[in-house]
Ligand binder design. Sequence first.
Ligand code: SF4
Ligand code: SF4
Length: 383
Amino acid sequence: MDLRLDEDLLAGCVSCGLCLPHCPTFRVTGEERYSPRGRIESMRQVHLGGRDADASFLDVVDTCVQCRGCETACPSGVQFGRLMEATREALVEETSYQPAWRSLPLRAVGRHRLLLAGSSLLALAQRLHLVPSARLGLPKLPLRRRKLRQTGRDVWLFTGCVMDAWQRDVHAAVKRVVEASGAGVALPGPDAACCGALHTHAGLGDQARALARRTMAAFPGDAPILVDSAGCGAQMKDYGHLLGTPEAEAFAARVRDVHEWLAERLDRLPEPKAGHARPTVAVQDPCHLRHVQRAHLPVRAVLGRYADVVELDDEGLCCGAGGAYSVFQRDLSLDIRARKVAAIERAGAPVVASANPGCQLHLVAAGVDARHPLELVDEAIHG
Ligand code: SF4
Ligand code: SF4
């Protein structure tokens, strides 16, 4: 089957195996087929060798978290993410890889009012004990959300889909920190409701491209676009590749992870409020910040002004959240998370900072006190 792969990229893997220890699914299964090298070999067999895209192939594709820890570990520079995204898009078009029960909820994610209403209903059902939240790994959802108000046009704040519905208080904290640095914050309308990351990861390329075009139109001008979710930031920085237009390249160049932007303005951030006790905080690097954006160090620069930062000893191994992965690959996701929780326990810090909502909620569901880094900074500045 034609997986529409760049054969130069496919040929780049020399099968050295140096990426294997950095692959979460290989670490928890010990199986070659669940390693980056095994997955690339399976892609070669299907794309070049005439093997069917059968159930076992769909399994090795679907079990990949798309964390891209293999990319930062690979000495040959293999762009595994590009290979996996192209494979999934080809599978969606040629097979039943994404049945309707998996793809339809993703359509709702891009319709913001529907998402907000659905989240509020789910929150109500939680209060009435109609939803097994603990078993589903759901946080306690808000019944109401405070409206965010625009304070200027120096920078945009991307608010997104599920994060805006479930964690608007995090956006509010991020906005207060950005404003404390002296910048006025502009907010997009509902058309910026979804960056399309979940769709790209699922292989739903047409939906992802439509959402990317809609998002770009929602941020006119040339002000920087700050993103407080690592997964969304990684996606929006990749719009140039996704859409292949100069406009998309120019848009992507405006996108910054909010910590990157703040780390360049540390001298403008206020001192901690009088009496603030510096907490000890372990930093969990979201894969899409560390391995994709390669912008995990600014989190330490910003947080380190207000907290004693502790490193985990697992070299940025994935936590197993992976967007919808924790729903569709529940057992693997929990096995991967158990390794992360063990690393957090070894670090001994009472609080964990994670700059991606999916990772943060995945850790909270395991009983970890995980917060967005800028929530902690906001508390230090404003009390
Ligand atoms: S992806 Fe890179 S590190 Fe992994 S086996 Fe291939 S060449 Fe080696
Ligand atoms: S993206 Fe992550 S889960 Fe997938 S093969 Fe690479 S390291 Fe393994």
